[in-house]
Design a protein around this ligand. Sequence first.
Ligand SMILES: Nc1ncnc2c1ncn2[C@@H]1O[C@H](COP(=O)(O)OP(=O)(O)O)[C@@H](O)[C@H]1O
Ligand SMILES: CC(C)(COP(=O)(O)O)[C@@H](O)C(=O)NCCC(=O)O
Ligand SMILES: [K+]
Length: 249
Amino acid sequence: MILELDCGNSFIKWRVLGEDVRRVIGEGVVDSDLALLESLKGLKGLALMHCRLVSVRTAEETSALISLLTEAFGVSVVCATPAREMSGVRNGYEEFERLGLDRWLAMLGGFHLASGACLVLDFGTAVTADFIAGDGEHLGGFICPGMPLMRNQLRTHTRRIRYGDLAAERALESLVPGRTTVEAVERGCLLMLRGFVLTQLELARSYWGDDFAVFLTGGDADLVSEIVPEARVVPDLVFVGLAMACPLS
Ligand SMILES: Nc1ncnc2c1ncn2[C@@H]1O[C@H](COP(=O)(O)OP(=O)(O)O)[C@@H](O)[C@H]1O
Ligand SMILES: CC(C)(COP(=O)(O)O)[C@@H](O)C(=O)NCCC(=O)O
Ligand SMILES: [K+]
């Protein structure tokens, strides 16, 4: 069995693949290393042979997690590392090692699935957009705050914006102008996110006409999917790229 991990700034996404790697034995989203161990220990018949991971956390946090996994399961852990070029995709950053590894893997996954030009949008703590041309050239991308950062900035930098998570979820059932603080903030932030997405689509069209694929991934991808009906929502896009960057045989 293979353990795959995507360690983002807020959550660790995990999944366990079987002998037949097309079979997902277990998967989940956790908010700490310990919660990850708990979830894994709760899996019946777990027999990990390998682990591969990608992390955008600090080197210290990542090594701490690797030590925990090695101690708990005796597996060797392979980490995705930056590359200038891989699987036909050329990293467009001036310093390729500075491009977020989650972005890089999602790009590898997207270009592989599209076999052509694509726009990869990832909705996590931050939102990222990356443009990959049909010849595999990464033209670069954009980073902006995601929903959790936008709402938390408003909650922590104003004195009168306070509301709970349940109210926040309910507020997004409609997008008409808000008549309560929670509606006004949640809908305002979502409209900003959607505006960002539409701008990325315009830019992609200016480069490639209609000849490109759009991929949506990350925990908040569903918040924008309805405005991009042509997009493919691929929650495990980072894992697709992880398998390409860290093959195990
Ligand atoms: N099961 C889940 N657990 C936690 N967050 C989730 C879940 N499903 C969707 N989300 C949303 O995903 C967002 C985090 O996205 P994610 O891609 O995990 O971020 P990151 O990679 O930066 O840690 C949260 O804002 C939350 O709204
Ligand atoms: C842009 C990111 C913060 C996104 O992280 P996430 O929201 O997935 O946790 C991450 O990819 C990162 O730290 N990148 C390094 C900076 C860069 O890509 O330019
Ligand atoms: K991510």
